[in-house]
Design a protein. Structure first.
Length: 80
């Protein structure tokens, strides 16, 4: 089964959010910008979540609904 591109986009967005969280230098230098980047990354994930084809795997849906983004990314990477 070929997965829709939205799954790749979601995995990329999840990685980008993790990178923002890990950017301690930006957080120390400009907390407001760090927060804005984190907010933008989270909004992108929510937007992509709305585009997922139905039915969404219950595990993935659970991880996304609970904002368990590390687990959601691991699930997507293992599903390939």
């Amino acid at each position: 089964m070929i997965e829709p591109p939205v799954f790749d986009e979601l995995a990329t967005a999840l990685r980008e959010r993790l990178a923002v969280i890990a950017d301690r230098e930006l957080f120390a230098r400009d907390p407001a910008l760090h927060l804005e980047k984190l907010r933008a990354a989270s909004e992108k994930i929510a937007s992509l979540q709305d585009r997922l084809p139905s039915p969404v795997d219950p595990h993935l849906a659970h991880y996304l609904d609970r904002c368990s983004y590390d687990k959601a990314l691991a699930f997507l990477e293992e599903s390939r």
